[in-house]
Design a binder for this molecule. Structure first.
Ligand code: NAI
Length: 695
């Protein structure tokens, strides 16, 4: 049973029991409704308590039933709440730990609410592009008042029960650590005979001059919610509590909920929510695979990445030894970490105590003898196979048995790196993104011989470091950079055909990317791509690139760090100014290669950049480098600034329709550098079968 029924004296207790957070799935709702009916039929019962077993009162909708017909099947959450509210015997919600979404809506349908301190109270639906659809927008303002309820519903942020102690949400807040059921039972006995039964729906929302307040809220929320419609819809439904009767408000809420659930923005957010949970599941690595304890770490190389990686461990309370070859480089790396934390402290986001704790966990060394006992070592030295070989041979000598040997390489072959050791089963790629202490993505590169327990440990570690860990197979660039390569190639070809950098950047930024390819290149350093292309010209001469990026680098324009790149920069100003010199170079290059420049639409720019990635991703999926399309979406949402409201490249392609994507690819295949557009077999197949990437 997912809800248990029990009678203690004259009080019936319905305990929601659907781990992990008592999601209100169909069977739980059915059992709860049955419990109420049983209690009503029992003359000995005078009052009814609803509470939750384990870690929550209720976390709301059951994620397992997301997007399934079960979510709306009867008894629906509405029916359950109506059954509770219409009960002729008092129903008391006994709340602890978590009352969120549908869980809070259920509590609001009860006649009374008793809670323990420390419970997280929230209506977080807005985070999935929705609004609370089971009366939450109509009932919460009736107990918290217009302003506080609006803030909670529009932000979705949890508030601790003790902060709401003085509101009408709770009839009684019990002392911390007291017995919830005992307290709720005492309360139930006290109110058992009180009539009429209080109902939240009967309360009035009073707010002097509410129109002015609502208009102010509309303006603020509109300015802050970007492309997402849900926050503004939340304002409108909350507004209904002062402009409409309860029943009409409820209908309005239902109507707006059903509208939002169909929007691409909400579908994208729900896709991202589910995908995040999916990506830690690896079919041949069962959930009960033993993991290795990670209580200490070492990082090799204290440069851009090494410092950020070390901070991740420090933030998670794991001591780190940072190893460099020269004292000067070590001092610089250590000082950067300290400065980063000091800046966070200045912004008021880190206390002195936490700062001291973190710095105490950090030590530097020049000797491998000092790191041998670490449970994990992450190498972040120069991107050069020779240097990696020296490091991994040394690690194989000094590291204790069972230590995990990880590389942060962004392009090199993890299998080759593993082969430098006698323990390839312990070697794995942990590809952090820059800045490593900020970016959420962690590509976990599974080598051919990586042990299952090592992979399971890396996945568990990614959670501990608060990263989104996505498993990738071994290939040049792994999932993310292999796809971005196709995007960059198209950006270059667009310049040859008629675009200038700012047109390309503006078009893709309008689509929703945080930054276009040329502004991004200037930020990251155009020399990195130049270095990679030079290698490719030798290793893979068949791959075509626009020469514009090479010409740019030959001019010494590496980006912001040299004060000039695709754009001009002024000292002390990160703003990108279109560059006459660069634009002239581009136009001249088109003439040199005999291309007549033409006007290119924003739609073509977006399609060429995005579909080039999608086509490569289809190969990545078919080759098994990525386990699922949704993993690819997570890589792009968490590591590459792909617009969240579009759900990731694969989800976006699905919404466009794969036959349309294919038709565009075939069209571009007949244009400039058409050889770059060979449709991936998987895309051809899915488009022909009328299927989608995300199933
Ligand atoms: P970096 O040049 O900033 O830092 C490398 C550091 O390694 C330097 O401080 C250097 O003194 C040290 N080093 C070199 N050889 C060493 C050795 N044998 N033993 C100990 N230390 C040694 O380079 P960055 O950008 O931090 O890159 C490091 C690795 O991370 C590379 O494999 C790179 O491909 C990868 N990566 C870089 C990203 C980026 O955005 N910069 C993103 C993701 C991965």
């Amino acid at each position: 049973m997912t809800a248990e029924y029990q009678v203690n004296g004259s009080v019936a207790v319905i305990t929601l029991n659907n781990p992990p957070v008592n999601g209100l799935g169909l069977s739980t709702r059915t059992a709860a409704v049955a419990g109420i009916k049983q209690a009503l039929a029992d003359d000995a019962v005078k009052a009814i308590i609803i509470t939750g077993a384990g870690k929550a009162f209720s976390g709301g909708a059951d994620i397992k039933e997301f997007n399934s017909p079960k979510a709306l099947a009867e008894p629906s959450l509405h029916t359950l709440i109506a059954t509770v509210e219409n009960s002729t015997k008092p129903v008391i919600a006994a709340i602890h730990s978590v009352a969120m979404g549908g869980g809070l809506e259920l509590a609001l349908g009860c006649h009374y609410r008793v809670a323990l301190p420390g419970a997280q109270i929230a209506l977080p639906e807005v985070k999935l592009g929705l609004l609370p659809g089971a009366g939450g927008t109509q009932r919460l303002p009736r107990v918290l008042g217009l302003e506080m309820a609006l803030n909670m519903i529009v932000s979705g942020t949890p508030v601790l029960s003790e902060k709401l102690a003085k509101t009408a949400l709770f009839d009684e807040l019990l002392p911390a650590d007291s017995d919830l059921l005992a307290g709720a039972t005492a309360f139930a006995n006290k109110v058992a005979d009180v009539r009429p039964l209080p109902k939240v729906r009967d309360r009035k929302v009073d707010y002097p001059n509410h129109e002015a307040f609502l208009q102010f809220s509309r303006n603020t929320v509109k300015a802050m919610s970007g492309p997402f419609p849900a926050p503004l819809e939340c304002v409108e439904t909350v507004a209904a509590t002062v402009t409409k009767k309860f029943e009409d408000g409820l209908k309005f809420e239902r109507d707006r909920f059903l509208h939002l659930i169909q929007t691409t923005e909400s579908k994208s957010l729900r896709h991202a929510f589910i995908s995040e949970r999916q990506c830690s599941k690896v079919p041949d690595v069962p959930a009960d695979t033993p993991v290795r304890a990670i209580k200490s770490a070492a990082v090799i190389g204290a440069g851009t990445m090494g410092g950020g990686i070390a901070m991740n461990f420090l933030n998670a309370g794991i001591p780190v030894k940072l190893l460099e070859t020269k004292q000067e480089a070590l001092d610089k790396g250590m000082a950067t970490i300290r400065k980063n934390y000091e800046n966070t402290m200045k912004k008021g986001k880190l206390t002195q105590e936490k700062f001291d704790q973190r710095m105490a966990l950090l030590s530097g060394t020049l000797s491998y003898d000092d790191i041998g006992q670490a449970d994990i070592v992450v190498e972040a030295v120069f991107e050069d196979m020779g240097v990696k070989e020296t490091v991994f041979r040394k690690l194989d000598e000094v590291m204790k048995q069972g230590a995990i040997l990880a590389s942060n390489t962004s392009t090199l072959d993890v299998n080759k790196i593993a082969a430098f050791t006698q323990r390839p089963q312990d070697v794995i790629g942990l590809h952090f993104f820059s800045p490593a202490n900020v970016m959420k993505l962690l590509e976990i590169v599974r080598g051919a011989k990586t042990g299952k327990d090592v992979l399971a440990t890396a996945l568990a570690l990614s959670k501990k470091l608060k990263k989104t860990g996505v498993v990738s197979g071994v290939c040049d660039g792994f999932i993310g950079n292999r796809m971005i390569e196709q995007y960059s190639r198209q950006a270059g070809f667009l310049l040859e055909e008629g675009c200038l950098p700012e047109q390309v950047d503006k078009a893709i930024e309008k689509f929703g990317f945080a930054m276009g390819p040329f502004r991004m290149g200037d930020l990251a350093g155009n020399d990195i791509g130049w270095y990679i292309r030079k290698r490719r010209y030798v290793e893979s001469p068949e791959i075509s690139y626009s020469k514009t990026a090479d010409l740019l680098c030959e001019m010494g324009r590496f980006g912001q760090k040299t004060g000039a790149g695709w754009y001009d920069y002024k000292a002390g100003d990160r703003k990108a100014y279109p560059s006459e010199v660069v634009n002239a170079m581009i136009v001249k290059h088109s003439a040199d290669i005999g291309v007549e420049r033409r006007k290119i639409s924003d739609q073509e720019i977006v399609e060429r950049l995005v579909f080039a990635m999608v086509n490569e991703a289809a190969l990545i999926l078919e080759e098994g480098i990525a386990m699922r399309a949704s993993d690819i979406d997570m890589v792009y949402l968490t590591g590459y600034g792909f617009p969240l409201f579009r759900g990731g490249p694969m989800f976006y392609a699905d919404t466009v329709g794969l036959p349309n994507v294919l038709a565009a690819i075939e069209k571009y295949g007949r244009g400039h550098h058409g050889e770059a557009w060979k449709p991936a077999p998987l895309l051809l197949r899915l488009a022909a079968e009328g299927k989608t990437f995300n199933g």
